[in-house]
Design a protein around this ligand. Sequence first.
Ligand code: GUN
Length: 291
Amino acid sequence: MEKYNRAFIINGKDVAARLRAELKKEVVLLREKYSITPGLAVVLIGENPASKVYVRNKARGCEEVGITSIQHTLPEGASQSELLALIARLNGAKDVHGILVQLPLPKQIDPETVIEAIAPEKDVDGFHPYNMGRLMAGIPVLQPCTPYGVMKLLEAIDFKVDGKDAVIIGRSNIVGKPMAMMLLKKNATVTVCHSKTAYLPDKVRAADIVVAAIGREKFVKGDWIKEGAVVIDVGINRAKDGGLAGDVDFEEASLRAAYITPVPGGVGPMTITMLLANTVQAAKSQLIPLA
Ligand code: GUN
C-alpha cells in the first residue's frame, strides 16, 4: 500500500469564530447608525430533545454576537392554526427580523404550509419556496445555513471551485439541493447522489469535492476518496461509543484527501453562524430608508 500524507483538517470552530467576530461588529454598527438590534424569533414545538439542544445553541450564538433572540415554545399537541397565528404575529413584528421554526414538526402540522407562511424576507433558514427559487435562479437572497456554511469553509481554505467536479451525497431541501445550486453558481460540475444512485463509490472516486449528507455513520469509505480531494462531512450521527460521528470514515479518508472536515468541529459550528449572518442580513434588508 502506498503511503499518503494526512489531509489538512479544516477547523470549523476557527472559521466560525472569525465570522462571528465580524458579525458582532456589524451588529454594533447597526445599533449606532440605525438604532436597531437584529432580532431572531425561534419557535420550538414539543419536546424533541435534539431540537431543544439546537434551539439552546442558537440562543447562545445570538447572545455572542449581540442579536436579540426570542424563543416561543408551543406544546407537542399544538395545532397548525395556533402555529400559523404565531407566525403571522411574528411576520408583523417590527423588532423581529428573522423567524426560524425548528424542524421536525409534530405530525399534525404540515411543514410546507408552515414554511410558506413565514414572510420570505424573515426566512433566515432559506427554506421558503421564494428563497429556494431565488437560489435556483442564481440570484440568492437568504440561503440555507448548512450549505452556505460549507461554501464559507471552502472560501476559508481558498479552494477554487471553478471547473471542479463535485459529488453531493444526499438530496434534501435543507442540504443536498441547495448545496448543488451554490456549487453550480461557483462553476463546479455537480452530481447529486442519493440512496438509489448506482455505482456510488465510482462516482465519489471522480470527485474533487465530496459533500456527505446522508446521516449514516462512516458511510463514505476511505478508498472512495480521490487523492487530493476536499471532503466535507455534514453528518452528525450518534456513534456506538456514545460520541458524535460523521458520514465519512475520517481516519481512512484523511489519508487520501487534501482537506477534510472533522465531526464535531467542522460544518457544525458553521450552521448556526450562518443563521446569525442571515439574521443580520435580514435586519439590514428590512431597514426603512430615512427620508
Ligand atoms: N432541524 C434540523 N436542522 C434544521 C435547520 O437547519 N433549520 C430548522 N428550522 N430546523 C432544523
